[in-house]
Design a protein around this ligand. Structure first.
Ligand SMILES: Cc1ncc(COP(=O)(O)O)c(C=O)c1O
Length: 373
């Protein structure tokens, strides 16, 4: 059967909305290297996060932004070479890009389990784990799961208490995340709630951190052509800035649309005791990813049965990063909550154009099929 409701069908700003910004690029003849449109994106994002423009930098995508932020931050935690490998702690329940960034920054990953309620790593779990790390812990990368905001003050406090560098993977968290003393990195990928196709940005209350990240996404250069650190090319182009500016123009409407879809799913599953959705009724952030959690594991046959009825779903994070073929060898705690979530959690269709009636139909198909096994 053909897919009636795909899991994602992003809608980015159309050509007419982007054109005025493209014309400005034609006039400016500036295409990358922190051009005027990128500057405007950073200023507008700074307003959203209530910080100064020096506290925001755009990046090519969140993966490169996370890599650069870790390079910049972990370097400030000086170590003795006899301390063994430098470790970065991260949750196993995340998208594989979090782990790619840790490795690209030259750190050794250590995977921790997440909290059952929030689906996120907690500062307490990190502090409890410190004695078990087979080397020197220098950094931690908490993840805002599918956009659900983290308690940033608690992460800043952990950083102060332990001396660990904290870099937050807030890839999907544009709507409600807050700027803190530790940098957070956001994605503008097509599947995200604020989308430019590819792109991202980092925010911190500490402008010096942002400066250091800018150096790490610009070959290690800082005003001249001398590489002063390990670095990458992770700059945003003016063309991606053009799409981002058009996406920011449309943000109030985009937010309203995603919020409406979330409310429709919450209403549609309200009577169910065995299925819940995230974001749930008490959550207030807008996201482009709607997750269903069933009280029992969802085997592949159950997922296929739903798809045969025209509703596509996706295990967005697979079994978590410990199950990725490339990364099975890394040190890890036991991961019962991650395994529990990976077995019971799937993404549901979520995109502009989905009506309340569509959502009710999807919920009926999914509920009947999954619970009637
Ligand atoms: C948790 C998380 N981290 C990182 C990324 C990577 O973002 P990007 O595609 O902008 O590199 C994603 C993308 O989906 C993500 O969900």
């Amino acid at each position: 059967m053909s897919v009636r409701f795909p899991v994602a069908r992003p809608r980015l700003p159309d050509a007419d909305a982007i054109l005025p910004y493209l014309r400005r690029i034609d006039d400016n003849r500036y295409y990358s290297n922190f051009g005027p449109l990128v500057g405007e994106v950073e200023a507008r994002l700074a307003k959203h996060f209530d910080v100064s423009p020096a506290c925001v930098t755009t990046v090519a995508n969140a993966t490169s932004g996370l890599t650069a932020a870790l390079q910049a931050e972990a370097r400030t935690r000086r170590r003795n070479v006899n301390d063994g490998p430098a470790f970065c702690l991260l949750p196993a329940w995340t998208f594989v890009a979090t782990l790619h960034a840790v490795l690209a920054a030259g750190l050794e990953p250590y995977l921790l389990d997440v909290d059952e309620e929030s689906w996120a790593l907690t500062p307490e779990a990190v502090e409890n784990a410190l004695g078990r790390i087979p080397g020197q812990p220098v950094a931690v990368m908490p993840v805002a799961p599918f956009g659900r905001p983290l308690d940033m003050a608690a992460w800043d406090a952990l950083s102060e208490r332990t001396g660990l560098a904290v870099v937050v993977d807030a890839a999907a968290g544009f709507d409600r995340s807050e700027a803190a003393n530790s940098p957070a990195v956001f994605s503008l990928h097509a599947t995200k709630v604020l989308a430019a196709g590819e792109g991202g940005f980092a925010v911190s209350r500490d402008a010096e951190q942002i400066d250091a990240i800018r150096k790490c996404i610009n070959f290690g250069f800082m005003g001249d052509r001398v590489a002063r650190s390990r670095a990458i090319n992770g700059k945003m182009s003016e063309y991606h800035a053009a799409v981002t500016l058009a996406a920011l123009d449309a943000w109030p409407e985009t937010r309203r649309v995603f919020d409406g879809i979330a409310r429709a799913y919450q209403d549609a599953f309200a009577g169910q005791t065995r299925i819940r959705v995230m974001p749930g009724e008490t959550d207030e952030y807008a996201t482009s990813t709607m997750l269903l959690v069933c009280d029992e594991p969802l085997p592949e046959e159950a997922i296929r049965a739903v798809e045969q009825k025209g509703v596509e779903t996706r295990r967005w994070w697979g079994g978590g990063v410990a199950k990725q073929v490339a990364y099975r060898r890394f040190s890890s705690d036991l991961l019962p909550v991650t395994d529990w979530l990976a077995a019971r959690c799937v993404g549901l269709p979520c995109y502009p154009g989905l009506s309340r009636e569509d959502v009710a139909e999807i919920a009926a198909v999914v509920g009947d099929t999954l619970l009637d096994r």
